[in-house]
Structures are given as structure tokens and as C-alpha cells.
Design a protein around this ligand. Structure first.
Ligand code: SF4
Ligand code: FES
Length: 366
């Protein structure tokens, strides 16, 4: 445990509210945990609204309403309204399924921005990935209505072996729908996605080509479409700074049952206890809980990271990835070229991309 007195903890900037794990889609790359929360254990409206007020009071600026599918909650309009009235910038992260015209209109006064997920640019690919026949057509209708109503729109395109070759068409679609930004995010193997890693892992050629396409599109679409590209971790030489600035630095998540988490996969780390928003105040959890302080600062780091010149760039990478691959949340992220566990990542790539037979997806369903 680090000496928290020596670590200057800033308030979080962003909060992800996972309102529900219910979702009409069943994407095999879902980052939700293997053990999902059923409707009966979800927080009620009042408790969410209190959490939003506490978040705003402690300095959170942006609220991401997410899931699962957040519009599966009947009280989604009330929640968005309460969040906006608390002073938060409200971003709705949605698949679009269930977002009727009437709901969009009801949300319009309270939602600042919509982030629409994209499973593919054709019905054949999108409906297969989402595990929902007809989902693509409904999503396209919603995307057009979002544009007509003037919501700022970001497309969130999760990319993998089965759709990375469609990247040019994906960027074209973002332009056509009037999106201001697209996140081209290669699958992160957390939660449910780990079950489907062998099916989803792109090849190195696909990744290299995607980098070239993104570089060219950034030049050609400058001023029209901002493109964020998240390359696949396993092909990187160094890990990303998880949660922006490392564990417990800039953001927090609240799970559907109210557990307050430093990141979406935190519950995979053994030995940490996460309190719920019903049990304690958000401020107390953020600043004082053992779980949030477990990997703050640098004291927890192995010697390799402590003495590395990238220590304040990637903060030793992702704790949950270290747990998933090396079985040790205090290890250097195994993606790092310097990590003693890097061979595990390279071996996984060999198995996934070269030798893997093509099994069916394991769809994520509650
Ligand atoms: Fe980052 Fe640690 Fe690797 Fe250095 S040794 S690059 S700090 S993960
Ligand atoms: Fe948990 Fe990266 S997802 S630290």
C-alpha cells in the first residue's frame, strides 16, 4: 500500500455510470465482467441521482451514461435530467437499439453528446457481431435521427479481425452520418472479450494497414472528422496509460449494483474490496478507500517500472491486464517489451492468429 500522505490525489474528471448490464446486443468483445448484475440488483433512480450530485460536488465534469445498454433503463430520461441539473456534461454511450424517436426527443434537453457504437458497416457483419438480427438497420435509423436532431455524435467503432478490413468504409460512414469524431478502438481483452480473444485478435498485417489508413484519413479529413485510434495492446511495444493517468487518477466507474470501481475490470483483482455508493460517500471512496489507493503513485511498482523513464508516461500500464496475463496485478504490464512476462503475450499472438481454429463466438448474454 503506498503512503497516501505523499501522493497528491486530485478529484476525478470523469465518471462512467454503468446503469445496467442488460443489453439487446450480445457482442463477443463486451468488456463487462463475466459475472453480470441482474435487474433486481441494479441501483434505484434516487441512489443514482445522489451519486451524480456527489460526483459534481467533488469535481467530476463529465458523466458517461453507459451499460450494457443504458436506454434499457426505464428511468433513463430522469437520470440524464438529474445529471445535467447536477451540473455534469452528459454523454450517452449507446448501441442505439431501443432509442426510439420519442426517447431521443425526451433526452434532447439533457444529453450533451451521444456516442454510438458500431459493430460493422454492413448488416451481415454488424448483426453477426452484435448477435441481433435487424440491429444494424435500427441503428442506422437512430444514427440519422441523431444527426437530424443536431446532437454532437461520436461513433465508437470496435475493431477486430472480422471488421478491421472495413476501416475505410467505417470512416466513410462516420462522415456520411455527420459524426464529429470516431473512435477506432481495437478490442481490449478485458472481461467477456477474453473468452473470444482467439476469434477477435487481428493479424499484424491488418493492424499495420489500419495505421496507414488512419494516418492518411487524418490528413484528408482534418477539420471534418477527428479520428482517435486505439491500436491493439498485444502488438504494442509499450502499454497504454490505463484510465488516462493510471489507477485512481482521473476517472472512476460505478457498476450497476453501485460498486465504485477504479476501472471496469477492477473486480478481477483479488484481495480488493469495493464499497458501494449506497454504503459510503463517493468522496470517501475516492480519496480514502484501500482499493482506490492500492495502485496510486509509484510505490506499488516493481523495480523495473520504478526506474524506467516511461514511468510517468504509462504508469506501468494496466493492472487488470497484468492480472489477466501474468496472474499478478503488481507486475509490469506484460505488453511492455521490458516485462519478464512479455513472452506470454507473444505466445498468445501465435496461438490466436496463427494456429487458432475459428470457433463460434461466445456471445455475451445476461
Ligand atoms: Fe512502462 Fe514499466 Fe514498461 Fe517502463 S517498464 S515502459 S514504466 S510498463
Ligand atoms: Fe483495470 Fe486497466 S482496466 S487498470
Amino acid at each position: 500500500m503506498p503512503d497516501t500522505a505523499r501522493i497528491s490525489v486530485q478529484p476525478p474528471i470523469a465518471m462512467l455510470a454503468e446503469l445496467t448490464h442488460r443489453c439487446p446486443l450480445a457482442c463477443p468483445y463486451c468488456s463487462n465482467p463475466l459475472e453480470m448484475t441482474g435487474r433486481e440488483a441494479e441501483l434505484d433512480t434516487e441512489t443514482w441521482l445522489r451519486a451524480f450530485r456527489e460526483a459534481a460536488e467533488m469535481g467530476v465534469l463529465q458523466l458517461h451514461l453507459s451499460g450494457g445498454e443504458p436506454v434499457s433503463r426505464r428511468d433513463i430520461v430522469e437520470l440524464a435530467k438529474g445529471a445535467r441539473e447536477a451540473g455534469l456534461y452528459v454523454n450517452l454511450i449507446t448501441s442505439g437499439i431501443g432509442l426510439t424517436d420519442a426517447r431521443l426527443q425526451a433526452l434532447e434537453p439533457w444529453v450533451d453528446h451521444i456516442q454510438l457504437s458500431l459493430q460493422g458497416v454492413t448488416a451481415a457483419v454488424a448483426d453477426r457481431i452484435g448477435g441481433y438480427t435487424g440491429g444494424f438497420e435500427r441503428k442506422m435509423h437512430v444514427a440519422e435521427r441523431i444527426g437530424q436532431m443536431g446532437f454532437p455524435l461520436t461513433l465508437n467503432a470496435v475493431m477486430h479481425r472480422h471488421n478491421l478490413d472495413d476501416l475505410p468504409a467505417t470512416l466513410d460512414m462516420a462522415v456520411r452520418l455527420g459524426a464529429r469524431r470516431i473512435e477506432v478502438a481495437c478490442v481490449q481483452f478485458q472481461g467477456w472479450a477474453l473468452k473470444n480473444r482467439a476469434m477477435l485478435q487481428p493479424s499484424r498485417d491488418q493492424v499495420d494497414e489500419a495505421k496507414r489508413i488512419v494516418a492518411r484519413a487524418r490528413r484528408e479529413l482534418k477539420g471534418r472528422l477527428a479520428i482517435d485510434f486505439v491500436p491493439p495492446d498485444y502488438y504494442a511495444d509499450y502499454p497504454k496509460a490505463c484510465m488516462g493517468g493510471g489507477w485512481g487518477s482521473t476517472g472512476l466507474n460505478i457498476a450497476p449494483d453501485g460498486k465504485v470501481l477504479p476501472c471496469h475490470a477492477a473486480e478481477t483483482i483479488p484481495g480488493l474490496t469495493f464499497r458501494t455508493i449506497a454504503e459510503a460517500g463517493l468522496r470517501e471512496i475516492w480519496y480514502d478507500s484501500a482499493a482506490f489507493n492500492a495502485f496510486r503513485g509509484t510505490d506499488w511498482m516493481p523495480e523495473l517500472c520504478q526506474t524506467c523513464d516511461r514511468r510517468d508516461v504509462d504508469f506501468g500500464g494496466c493492472r487488470c491486464q497484468a492480472m489477466a496475463i501474468a496472474g499478478d496485478p503488481t507486475a509490469t504490464d506484460p505488453v511492455c517489451r521490458k516485462s519478464p512476462h512479455r513472452a506470454l503475450v507473444d505466445a498468445a499472438l501465435e496461438i490466436d492468429v496463427v494456429d487458432a481454429a475459428e470457433p463460434d463466438f461466445v456471445y455475451r448474454r445476461l
